[in-house]
Design a protein around this ligand. Sequence first.
Ligand code: AOF
Ligand code: ZN
Length: 369
Amino acid sequence: MTLRPEDERFMAEAIRLSHRHLGLTSTNPSVGCLIVKDGVILGSGVTAIGGRPHAEPQALAEAGEAARGATAYVTLEPCSHYGKTPPCAEALIAYGVARVVISVTDPDQRVSGRGITMLREAGIEVDTGILETEGRRSLAGYLMRQTRNRPYVTLKLAISADGMIGKTGEGQIRITGDAARAQVQMLRAESDAILVGIGTAISDDPELTCRLPGLEDRSPLRIVIDDELQLPLGSKLVRTARQYPVIAVAGHPPSFDDNTDAAFLGRRATLDAAGVEVLQSNSSEPGELLEALGTRGISSLLVEGGAKTARRFLDAGLVDRILLFQGPADIGEGGIESPVLKSNIPADFMHVGESRFGDDLCDEYERGF
Ligand code: AOF
Ligand code: ZN
């Protein structure tokens, strides 16, 4: 491995670029690629919305003839398979790139080292593992789905200064300010799906869309854990279901179709008619639901509460990242205690970030995988 001083700088730039299409390329990862010669970026590409074209051919096309002898920085190992597009490794060879710098190797069985081998066999110098931690973070959803057939799960909680996530009987209350709320909307845009429990769906009547100007179409698939199918027809979720898809997860096993429970079947038919998809999954096993979501191509899931739902995922060991937003005010009497606080984050999580949004703080914790 012969690293150059500028390698990390350009890889960081390629990773930043890949963020542009996070949540928009599933089941493909959002990959960033730069073509660089003599310290100058000649071409850049990010996996297109919908997953194709891949990043490399776009960056190469932009660089054109000048790509000959250049270095390509790619956040994921270039593909080696004839999928819906020809292999990116072949394109890099054809354009005459001299060196390829990769952050993360691709676990896809069709690639998995073969992309690197193809490049090396063509005489191209290849270096891997550059900014690997950051690269893996940017590809977390893709990597999790590829290796464990489930989405990468981020638990987001907004807590008051005294550690509460709400107040009994008061629905949505303001805990954090506008800047933190905008950040949460951005997280929604970057996620394939978002999930809440029925308690939150009823008490808060959330819409769970991304309402940032210009990013409305990046709203994630909205999922409610709704064991008995109590989601009200008048809720914002149901009323917007035809525009932004909603799944209600009933707590019965997939085989359940018991004609004796006519009330349940009636609610199922009513929700279905309102445009809400009903998915039946054993409610005591969040892993079963995650597997079903992984199979559908969902790579990243944002869990937004409430306390019971958060606990279900935490207890099952199915949270990969925790984002703890903390507002400056107390809630006091009647507060609903947060399932996690800074003081009792599970031991297998590492504190990896701390940011400020107006008067609010956001701490980020990650579990390696
Ligand atoms: C790259 N560059 O920008 C991306 C890659 O269905 P296909 O044919 O598009 O192939 C999907 C696979 O391609 C995916 O599982 C991953 O291995 C790779 N994604 N590869 O060289 C890219 N998005
Ligand atoms: Zn490719």
